[in-house]
Structure formats: structure tokens, C-alpha cells
Design a protein around this ligand. Sequence first.
Ligand SMILES: [Zn+2]
Length: 271
Amino acid sequence: MSAWLEVGPDNYVLETPGRLLNTGLVVGQERAMVIDTGCGPRQGREILAAVREKTELPLVVVNTHAHYDHYFGNAVFADDGATEFWAHVNCAATIDDDGDHQRRLVADIEPEMAAGSGDEAEIVIPNAIVKDQPVLVDLGGLTVTLFYLGRGHTDGDLLVGTPSTLFTGDLVEQGAHPSFEDSYPEEWADVLRHISALRHRYEFLIPGHGKPCSDQFVKTLADTMTTAVRQARQSIRDMPTDATKAIPVLPYGPEQSRWFIKRLQETQPHH
Ligand SMILES: [Zn+2]
């Protein structure tokens, strides 16, 4: 069974087995905030049961971005009484447009979610929207800041800052290569640099998957990504007909390097 790790007063992180998603929990005096809900009702219920070991307070939910493992558990929390589901505007739009399409990704692990049938298999679209300006959410004696630093892992990655802890979603992953499928690699490196510069404000930095990280870890991720952008651009210039030749020189696995090059070509900045 999963266990909570305490990261600062009233801040917890739950690493659920299997998918190794980090769910955050921030407990105020009147409400508690759950950050990311799992890849379907099965995992969502595990997370909710773990949350209920910690607190009986009404829950507020945050989805850090529009990848299935971070929001497919929302309906479980709606059934538990949550009415406020926070996300960046682009994340909410992607869940609305693409949520049903992502069901196929959980066929092996969450068959009911994949089929769209059974209890708590509906897609709950976030209804509390963050745009470019930070939003403060009062949990009673504890204020959480939801903010956006630009495009990175996706076009709608929300960060969650508390007095002690920064939850980054998949902008930072520990123990695995970054996931580039929906990414903006050049902008992502800038976002990572920004996160690493914020680090003095937070004692704990919690990635979307993996163990708590240091600011130096995030800085290294940023530097690696910037170098990879330069290497891949050079290869694309040298071998425009076959940019995949750059794969062996990139610092990521072959599959992620392929996505990296594809997204770099698709997201050419205008200069
Ligand atoms: Zn993701």
C-alpha cells in the first residue's frame, strides 16, 4: 500500500505504486487540496482512501496538466463532494477536446476508464481556471499559489506553490527521461531555469513522478535540454532529410529523442 511522505507542515506526497504518480496533499484548516488524481477510478479510489486517512475536510482538486494519469481519477473526487477542479486554461481545453481520445491509453490498467463505462469513469473537466496570472487558493490558514510559467511539458502545466513546497507536475520528472510527446522543448528549458531560480522560496520540490528533487537537479535538466536543442538543431541543419540521425547524440532514450526532434521541428520559434 502507498504511504504518505511529509514534505513540510501539512504538505504530503503519495507515490502510488504501479504508475508511480506523485499525488500532493495540502491540508488547511477548512479545506484540503489534492494535486493530481490518477489514471482512472481504480487508482483514484486508492488515492482518495489514502487522503481520507489524513483528513476528513472537503477537498479541492488541482490537475497539473492534461495527461491521463493526472486527471482520469477526477470523478472519484467529484463523487466525494469536490466541486472545485483547478487547471490552466489550456489544460482544461485539452481535457475537453482530447480526454475521450486518451481513454485508449489505459486499456491495460483501468479497463472501465478505457471503456468509458461503470462507476466514476466519466471525464470531469476542470472548472476553476488559471490563465497567465497567479491565483491564490485559501484553504483556511494556509494559502496555495497556482501559477503558470509558460509552455513546457505541455502547453498547460500548472505549478502549485505552498509556504514550504513546490509541486511541479511533469515539468520535472525524477528517475525517467522527460516526456516530450506534447512538449515545447526550447520553452521548457526556460521554464526549468525559472523553476530552479524559484527554489530558494521552497524547502521541497516535488516532481510529477519520482523522488523529491533539488534545485541543482532542475538546473541540470534545463542545461541538458538546452544542449540537446542545440545539438538537434545542428543535426537538422546538417541532415535536413533525415533529422533522426541526431538521435544517437541526444542525451535521452531513442524513443524520447525521436519525440524531441519531432516536437522541435513542429514548434520552430518564429525568428
Ligand atoms: Zn505528463
